[in-house]
Design a protein around this ligand. Sequence first.
Ligand code: IPE
Ligand code: IPE
Ligand code: MG
Length: 240
Amino acid sequence: MSDKQKATTDKLPQHIAIIMDGNGRWAQARGKKRVFGHKAGMERAREMAETCGELGVQYLTLFAFSSENWNRPPEEVSFLMDLFATSLKNESKKLNKNNVQLKVIGDKDGFDKGLRKAIDKAEALTADNDGLVLNIAANYGGRWDILQAGQKLINSGQEVTEDNLSKFLATGNAPEPDLLIRTGGEKRISNFLLWQAAYSELYFSDALWPDFDSEHLKLALADYAQRQRRFGKTGEQVTG
Ligand code: IPE
Ligand code: IPE
Ligand code: MG
C-alpha cells in the first residue's frame, strides 16, 4: 500500500455528506431529457452507499431533493417522487441484506401517503441493522431543520444549548459530517446541512453526479486525509 493510500485508510471520515448535483446537465449533454440523468444519478447513489459500506464509512448522508426543488417543473418533480418511491421499494431488501440502516431525513409531511408509507416500511425493515447508516435527505432544507429542532427543543422544556438543539436535528442519529462533497461544479451549500456543516471539510468536484464513481470518491478521500482539522485552534496545538 502506498503512503497516500495508507493515509486515506488511516483518516477515513466517519460521516460523509454529499450534494449530488449535475444530473440534469449530464442528461442534457447526451441529448436526453433531464429525468434520464436522475435515473442514472439514483444508480450512482446506490453504488456510493455500497462503496462507503465496504470502505467502513459509518454514516452517509445524501442530498436527494431540497425544500426548494419543489419549484422545478411539475413533470420533473413528479418523476423524482415516483423514482424515490420505486427505489425505496426496489432497494430496501438489498440494503437490508447489506446491513444498512436507512433513514429519510426531511419534512415527510410534504410527501403523499404512498411515499410516506414506502419510507416507513423501508425504515422499519432496516431499523435494527448496525452497518452503514444511510440518511437520504429529501424535502430537506437546513433552515427547516434548525427550525424544527428548535421547536422540539422548546417543547421538551430542556435548556437551550447547542448540544440539546443538535439532538433534535434530523441528523440526530449521526455525528456532524467530517467531509461534505458537492459534485456538479457549483460551489455553494444550497440550504443543505447548515448547522451540521459548521466544521465539515468541503470538497467540490466538477464531475457531474452520474459520473462520480468510486475513483472520484477515493480522490476526495485522499484529499480529506491530507487536511488538518483545527476547529479554531492553531496548527501547533493540533499536532502538538
Ligand atoms: C441534482 O441534479 C438532483 C436534484 C436536485 C434532484 P440537478 O437536477 O440539479 O442537475 P443540474 O444541476 O440541473 O445539472
Ligand atoms: C442541490 O442541488 C439539491 C440537491 C442536490 C438535491 P440544486 O441543483 O437544487 O442546487 P442549486 O439550485 O443549483 O443551488
Ligand atoms: Mg443542480
